[in-house]
Design a binder for this molecule. Structure first.
Ligand SMILES: [Mg+2]
Length: 252
């Protein structure tokens, strides 16, 4: 039996898509007196010399740097309050609550849900001012030890793994214990790809753009209007075929 497929999902990358900053710069680094340059240099060394994945590298360097001062996830969540976004966010989400759908949409039971898929730390976004507006946030997560302090990565979302979460949204499998690879007929998927829009800012979003385009969804690339170099944006432009419906847009 088919289900009404009248939900629209808008899915956002986080760093440089919803915010002009990187999340650690506004939260963890100042709170724990971490020098960003030496932090990211150490991450690059692990990737270059030890073959680490980028996300595991930053999670390891964070644990190593904090040592005995490792915070709890609740501590990190409260740091999420310090996150800042592009101008107009989160007000945009507030306006979407009442101003996005007209009476016809409402009569057909159409609803809009927002999701974030980030290779950054989920707990920081969960603690941010975005939280009330998003149905689910997917990001890297730490497990904790007996003292509740972060101790080991329990979920790592690399840029290629981000695509798995598009399928979780598509199939309505938001609980991580559910296997996203289980077969589900297209007509019973709660949010078909043509009802999905993905927004991202850089090369790490290209796998998601590709999945969206292949399955009939929308992919939108955004850039920071205050960044004249737009390095990441330019790198990803070849992923956009001008003949397709996907588009580019300024953020903020
Ligand atoms: Mg980004």
């Amino acid at each position: 039996m088919s289900t009404p497929q009248n939900t629209i999902a808008i899915v956002y990358d986080y760093d440089q898509t919803l915010s002009p900053s990187y999340m650690q710069d506004e939260t963890v680094f100042p709170a724990f007196g971490i020098n960003p340059e030496s932090f990211w240099r150490r991450c690059s060394e692990l990737v270059r010399d030890n073959g680490y994945d980028n996300e595991l590298a930053y999670m390891k360097v964070l644990l190593d740097t904090l040592g005995m001062d490792r915070p709890t996830n609740a501590d990190l969540k409260s740091l999420g309050q310090k996150l800042n976004f592009y101008k107009g966010i989160p007000e945009m989400f507030e306006e979407f609550r009442t101003g996005l759908l007209n009476e016809d949409h409402l009569a057909h039971g159409i609803t809009v849900e927002h999701y974030v898929i980030s290779s950054g730390l989920k707990v920081l976004i969960d603690g941010s001012r975005l939280q009330p507006y998003v149905r689910a946030v997917f990001g890297c997560e730490f497990d904790v030890d007996e003292q509740d302090r972060i101790t080991f990565p329990k979920r790592v979302i690399s840029h290629t793994q981000k695509t798995q979460y598009l399928f979780r949204i598509n199939k309505g499998l938001l609980d991580m214990s559910q296997d996203v690879n289980d077969h589900m007929d297209a007509e019973i998927r709660p949010i078909p790809f043509p009802n999905m829009i993905y927004l991202g800012d850089g090369p790490t979003d290209v796998p998601c753009f590709t999945v969206m385009k292949k399955n009939g969804g929308e992919a939108i690339a955004v850039y920071n209007p205050d960044d004249p170099k737009r390095v990441g944006f330019k790198k990803m432009l070849p992923a956009f075929d001008p003949c397709r419906s996907s588009q580019t847009h300024r953020a903020g």
